[in-house]
Structures are given as structure tokens and as C-alpha cells.
Design a protein around this ligand. Structure first.
Ligand SMILES: Nc1ncnc2c1ncn2[C@@H]1O[C@H](COP(=O)(O)OP(=O)(O)OP(=O)(O)O)[C@@H](O)[C@H]1O
Ligand SMILES: [Mg+2]
Length: 446
């Protein structure tokens, strides 16, 4: 199955990426406008400077001869101007210049208006009478620097925005999904047989239809299972009386029938016995699946086990060896009737499939682990894995319906215990062991 991505991760990633892209887009648009405006401002400063200096230069040049100042050396304390200018007379002679003007940056034959070189933006203006021409030059790097600083100022907040947006979205989504996680835990925590509606506290509105659909589905499953169980239990129950009556009739018939018919009537009697056993197992299965496997008050398993084994020993020639735990009492939440059914099926199997001349070991330890061990042929692993399925039987001539271990497994799952089938039995070369771990309640009295 394709692994699903977390909604939390998807939302926080998507939102952060979206915000970042929008911010970047807005930054680029703003930067473009700022750059444009900066160019306008710088151009207007160039033009303004030229128009203000030109009349002053004309005035000064009309009165006296101007000694051109030499270009200052580069060094500490020397300020590099952003604007440099050069004033020429009508013959093209330089009559005035700013102190850091480098003639390389100026056009020997200035053209009126704005012009660009690779490093400078220049503006040139001419006096209306044509006597003087001024050219003002500004390094392009100055404009680039201003544009770069504007871009940085717009981009810097993004560095903080990305982690804040990521964390914020994560937090909001986590808080919003808290009830959904609680809902998931409520479903996970329930046992296999619990089909009651899931109670969810304040799910987000989008999840309400889902929760309703789940509860609806659970209700339908519960009804279907209840119908199936009650049909099984009722049929088995209804069959019991007519079967018992028929069996009694057949037994009477066998007594009265001539010798030639005895074998055939014996077979019919055997089949009726099998049918009666099957109906008994079906009733046990219906009980195991019907819930109610945990009792309100925990019961001490030791007397229950000791009593059952004593009864079996009474009817089966003392074949069962019982080992009880060292402690005096062992309380478990399993319903005593369910424990009785589980024990009956395991002991019955041990007696049926174990070597007939060997004893069956039944033990319960301090951790509420019940073991029923018998000797006999080894059951192969492939067969062993499927023995807890309904109507599955091993390679045997002994009659049976294949429901005993399925009943045990259903009870064990219903009480949240565990069942393990092992063959050969641990520490032996042959035999079979069923190991059941039951829920233990740590209290000295119920
Ligand atoms: N103690 C055991 N030793 C060896 N084989 C066993 C033992 N218990 C179960 N088996 C094998 O597992 C199979 C399934 O057992 P299960 O109790 O489910 O059904 P069953 O005994 O055949 O019929 P029933 O419904 O009457 O119990 C048996 O047919 C048998 O082959
Ligand atoms: Mg059995």
C-alpha cells in the first residue's frame, strides 16, 4: 500500500511555500517600482545640478580667469563625490570642474540631454547663447548600490518569515487535529470484538460525516454479527432436544433390532453423537463471539482450574497431572464460564490426540500462563499455523469438528490474552503444547 503523507506536514509545507512565493513575487514587483523611481530621482538630481551650476559658471567665467583646480589624490579624508561636473566654453576648453572630475568620464563633444556609458550616467546642458556647456556625470554603481540595499531590506524579513510561518502552521494544524488524533486512539484502543459506536469529542466539522459513517458501519456490522451469532446459538439450541430424542430412539432401536442391523444402527448412533457434539461446539463458539468474556469482579483461577481437572480425572482415569502456581490465589478478569470452555477444549484435545498411555500436563504459573501439554505425534508447522481457524483439523482419525481451538482463540482474543501452539512440546522430542496467557489482575482479593 502506498504510504500516506501527513496532513500536518502537507499543510505546513504548502502554506509556507505559498507565503514565500507570494512574498518573493511582491518583493520583485516592489523592487522593480523602487528601481524605476530611484532612476527618476537620480536623473532629476543630475538635471537640477547641471541647471544650477551652469549660470554660476557663466557668471564666474565672465569676470575673471579661472585656475582649474588639480584633481585631488585619492587617500584618507578625501571624499569621493557622487556627482562630478565639467564646464566648457564655446571652444571646448574646460573652464570649470568639480574637484574629483575625471575627464575620461566625460564626452569631449557633449550631446545635450542624458547619455549612458558602461560606468556612468551623464547629463549635458548648453547655455541658451551657446557660450558654455556643462556635463554632469554620476557613477552607475551608486544607483546599483541604492537598488541593492532596497532589495535587501525587502528580502531580509523573509528569513524570519519562513521559519515563523512553518512553526505557526505546524502549531495551528496540530492543535486543530488534536481531536482527530484522540478519535484515532479511541478506535485503536478498542478490542477486536468491540463494535459499539465511537464517541468523538468535538471533531472538526470536515470530519463529522466521516465519524458518522464509521459509526453507521459499526452499527451495521454489529447487527450482522449479532444476527449470525443468534442464528448459530438458536439453531444449536433448537437442535439439541430433537437430537437427544432421536439418539434415545436409536439406542432403544439398537437394543430391539436383530443382530444383522446392529452395525448400521451403531453407525447412525455415532453420527448422531457427532451432530450433538457439533451443536454443543457451535453454542460454545456463539458464546465466545458474543462478548461478555470479561467479568466485572476478577475471579481466582486456582480453585476453578483445580475443580475442573478433578472432574476430568474422575471421568478419565486420572490421566491429568496438575501443577499449580506457588502463590495461593491468582485473580484474572476472564469470565469463569469462558475459562471453563477454554479449559474443556484444551484438555479434551490433550486426551483425544495425546498418546493414550501417557499423562497430560496441565499447569498454571504465577504470571497466569496456562499450559496444556501432551505427548504424541509432532504436528508439522504448516498445519500448526492454521489450527485456530474454524473447521480446520490436523491429520487424525479421531472424530471432531475442528472448532475447539477456534473457540479457544476467540476467547483469548476477547480477553486480550494470547495463545501459542507449539509442537513438539518445549523440552521434548514429540507432543503438543497449547500455551494461553490470561489477563492477570494484581490484587489479593476480588
Ligand atoms: N493436543 C493436541 N495434540 C495434537 N494435535 C492436536 C491437539 N489439539 C489439537 N490438535 C490438532 O488440531 C486440530 C484442531 O483441533 P480442534 O480442537 O480445533 O478441533 P477438533 O479437536 O478436531 O474438533 P473439536 O471441534 O471437536 O474440538 C485437531 O484436529 C488436531 O489435529
Ligand atoms: Mg478439539
Amino acid at each position: 500500500m502506498k504510504s500516506s503523507t501527513s496532513l500536518q506536514k502537507r499543510l505546513s509545507l504548502g502554506l509556507t511555500l505559498g507565503i514565500t512565493l507570494l512574498w518573493l513575487g511582491a518583493t520583485l514587483a516592489t523592487w522593480w517600482v523602487v528601481r524605476h523611481e530611484l532612476d527618476e530621482v537620480f536623473d532629476s538630481a543630475l538635471e537640477e545640478t547641471a541647471r544650477r551650476i551652469l549660470p554660476l559658471a557663466a557668471q564666474t567665467a565672465g569676470h575673471e580667469h579661472i585656475d582649474l583646480p588639480s584633481l585631488p589624490e585619492e587617500g584618507p579624508g578625501v571624499r569621493t563625490e557622487n556627482l562630478a561636473y565639467l564646464v566648457r566654453d564655446g571652444n571646448g576648453h574646460v573652464v570649470m570642474q568639480s574637484h574629483d572630475a575625471d575627464r575620461e568620464d566625460f564626452n569631449p563633444q557633449p550631446v545635450e540631454g542624458f547619455t549612458n556609458t558602461t560606468h556612468h550616467r551623464r547629463y549635458s546642458a548648453v547655455m541658451p547663447d551657446g557660450r558654455f556647456t556643462i556635463e554632469v556625470a554620476q557613477p552607475l554603481s551608486h544607483r546599483d548600490e541604492a537598488a541593492r540595499e532596497a532589495l535587501l531590506a525587502l528580502l531580509l524579513p523573509l528569513l524570519a518569515l519562513v521559519p515563523i510561518s512553518w512553526l505557526g502552521t505546524l502549531l495551528i494544524v496540530r492543535v486543530s487535529l488534536r481531536s482527530v488524533l484522540a478519535y484515532r486512539r479511541a478506535i485503536e484502543a478498542r478490542g477486536a470484538g468491540d463494535l459499539s459506536p465511537v464517541r468523538a469529542a468535538k471533531l472538526p466539522a470536515e470530519f463529522d460525516p466521516l465519524a458518522e459513517a464509521v459509526n453507521h458501519l459499526l452499527q451495521r456490522m454489529r447487527k450482522a454479527l449479532e444476527a449470525e451469532r443468534s442464528f448459530t446459538a438458536n439453531s444449536a439450541h433448537e437442535l439439541r432436544t430433537p437430537l437427544a430424542a432421536t439418539l434415545a430412539q436409536v439406542q432403544r432401536l439398537r437394543h430391539e433390532a436383530p443382530q444383522a442391523l446392529q452395525t448400521r444402527i451403531g453407525k447412525i448412533e455415532g453420527s448422531l453423537h457427532d451432530l450433538a457434539r457439533l451443536s454443543e461446539k457451535l453454542m460454545q463458539l456463539a458464546k465466545a463471539e458474543g462478548g461478555g468474556l470479561l467479568s466485572q469482579a476478577p475471579k481466582d483461577l486456582i480453585p476453578l482450574l483445580a475443580h475442573s481437572v478433578e472432574e476430568w480425572n474422575g471421568s478419565h482415569g486420572q490421566r491429568i497431572m496438575l501443577t499449580l502456581p506457588a502463590r495461593h490465589s491468582l485473580y484474572s478478569a476472564i469470565d469463569p464460564d469462558a475459562f471453563g470452555i477454554l479449559l474443556r477444549n484444551l484438555i479434551e484435545n490433550g486426551l483425544k490426540y495425546g498418546a493414550q498411555d501417557q499423562a497430560i500436563q496441565v499447569s498454571l504459573d504465577d504470571e497466569a500462563v496456562l499450559r496444556v501439554t501432551n505427548s504424541g505425534a509432532v504436528v508439522p508447522d504448516v498445519v500448526l499455523q492454521h489450527l485456530t481457524e474454524r473447521f480446520v483439523r490436523g491429520n487424525t482419525d479421531v472424530s471432531g469438528s475442528g472448532l475447539g481451538l477456534a473457540i479457544v482463540n476467540t476467547i483469548v482474543q476477547g480477553v486480550k490474552g494470547s495463545l501459542m501452539l507449539v509442537s513438539p512440546a518445549p523440552g521434548k522430542v514429540d507432543g503438543f503444547e497449547a500455551m494461553v496467557r490470561l489477563p492477570l489482575v494484581e490484587c489479593s482479593s476480588p
